[in-house]
Design a binder for this molecule. Structure first.
Ligand SMILES: Nc1ncnc2c1ncn2[C@@H]1O[C@H](COP(=O)(O)OP(=O)(O)OP(=O)(O)O)[C@@H](O)[C@H]1O
Length: 213
């Protein structure tokens, strides 16, 4: 489903990052673990085609994404990849439902209200359907981020420190929902974190990144 080969990224002469190769199948899950500054966000952004690939290969569903630029990468991402960023970002002038409908249209899909309601119900935030995301708590916003990332049925879900802004209780419930929904929809799930408490839950499916210096 996704394979990397000899992936490297250089920000400047002083910051060169080499990533270990990995290979995960459809519906698999993996935790990318490492200390602050080791390159976790960089790797996730490379996998999502948000940073131009400089060296090495990333193959997703048989497509080498190194070959995709601009609109072609945007289309590929819309069809295949969902991303959850460290901090949720939504259009606060739109309702929760409109945000999700916008995400469907932006990926070139028809608005599917049943899918919107299904995900919001599954994530326990259906009561916010007609409200602005501004009115939601941090935990609810992070669950809306999960809905936004899954709305177009991606085959790969990338999550960057999805629990960074949450307390332990909310963090655990977001991770559990992410894993449950990914498993139900056969979506491969890659979570980046510096939180080694998650390690045991992922049962060996962990990619450890080393400190740069
Ligand atoms: N735009 C940039 N320009 C120059 N150097 C950068 C840039 N972005 C990141 N870096 C450097 O690249 C390295 C990896 O950064 P990255 O954000 O990928 O790490 P991280 O593991 O996600 O860190 P954290 O856990 O703190 O979010 C760091 O040393 C950082 O200083």
């Amino acid at each position: 489903m996704i394979q990397t080969n000899q992936l490297k990224y250089t920000y400047s002469n002083t910051t060169k990052i080499s990533f270990p190769d990995f290979n995960i199948g459809a519906g698999d899950e993996m935790l990318i673990l490492g200390p602050s500054g080791c390159g976790k966000t960089t790797l996730l952004h490379l996998l999502g085609g948000l940073l131009p690939n400089q060296e090495g290969k990333i193959v997703i569903n048989g497509q080498d994404i190194t070959d995709l630029k601009g609109r072609k990468m945007d289309k590929f991402r819309g069809d295949n990849i969902g991303i959850i960023f460290q901090k949720p970002h939504f259009a606060s002038a739109l309702t929760v439902e409109e945000n999700l409908a916008f995400a469907q249209k932006a990926a070139g899909n028809q608005v599917d209200k049943d899918r919107i309601k299904y995900l919001l119900k599954r994530l326990g935030i259906l009561q916010h359907l007609g409200q602005s995301p501004k009115k939601m708590s941090e935990g609810e916003k992070q669950r809306l981020s999960v809905a936004m990332a899954l709305i177009n049925k991606p085959t790969l879900l990338l999550a960057d420190e999805p629990t960074a802004s949450l307390d332990d209780h909310h963090a655990e419930s977001v991770i559990q929902l992410l894993r449950e929904l990914s498993a139900e929809e056969n979506t491969a799930l890659i979570i980046v974190t510096h939180d080694s408490r998650l390690k045991t839950a992922f049962d060996g499916h962990v990619l450890n990144l080393k400190p740069l210096h």
